[in-house]
Design a protein around this ligand. Sequence first.
Ligand SMILES: C[S@@+](CC[C@H](N)C(=O)[O-])C[C@H]1O[C@@H](n2cnc3c(N)ncnc32)[C@H](O)[C@@H]1O
Length: 272
Amino acid sequence: MSSTKDQWSAEAYSASASFVPKLTQKLLSYLVPQPTDKILDVGCGDGKFTANFLPAVGSVLGIDSSPAMIESAKKDYGNEKAEWRVVDCRYLDKEEAIVNGSWDKVISNAALHWILRDSSTRMDTLRAIHGSLKPGGTFVFEMGGHGNVPEVMTALIYTLVQHGVPAEKAKAANPWFFPSEVWMKNALESIGFHVDQMEIEFRPTKLTADANGGLAGWIKLMGAPFLDVLPGEKQDDAVKQICDILEPVVTREEDGSQWLGYVRLRGISKKI
Ligand SMILES: C[S@@+](CC[C@H](N)C(=O)[O-])C[C@H]1O[C@@H](n2cnc3c(N)ncnc32)[C@H](O)[C@@H]1O
């Protein structure tokens, strides 16, 4: 979930999660990009994912709540076909220049589980995505699905409680919404999408070997909203404890590589 503090940086994202924009072949195959397509990328991040299809389409608007990520996208992918804008997509429905029925396709990778965390704005965001599309337009997405990274979630909550945070507060700090395929299909159909495809995939994912990334880097970047519940001076201790707990769970015997239990929810829907 976004907040006034920008937890993202293109450098930290690249060190700890460079695989996110890369492991997207299936999602990209669902986009079927056309040279005339006008595409909205929701939660575009630093533009690396967007750059996969940018050359094949007419134009792209990438929107993201992180000024640092948008800055990086502008720097690396400034291009007459690409526009990048800071937008908190929890309030996408307020963006009249975007939610205007003019987009051929909306795509989103690895961002909706952050954006949809807030239940009070969740359906408004999905309605805004629907409203932004032309009739017959396509919405393709991939996000964390039900049961995503359960080992990390458990270790984060446990460690906060160990540091004296009440259990309810620790659980409320969770920045993610990982819906099942049933929830997502029902939600999209309830607002006028026809769901062509909805799938959930268990996809164990190898963490980076980068000195600033790996397990600790991933926890610090992705788990920042959990860690922020603790005073700054306790956060390094907490990260160390979380890594200690997770080490035997995520490490492979054959080569010492570390893997998290990613579960992806992926879908294709059409605006009726
Ligand atoms: C894991 S990154 C994915 C970025 C990119 N789509 C990719 O595939 O590399 C998640 C992105 O979601 C963005 N995000 C989180 N909450 C958001 C919100 N409320 N509105 C817009 N973007 C948000 C973050 O800023 C971050 O760039």
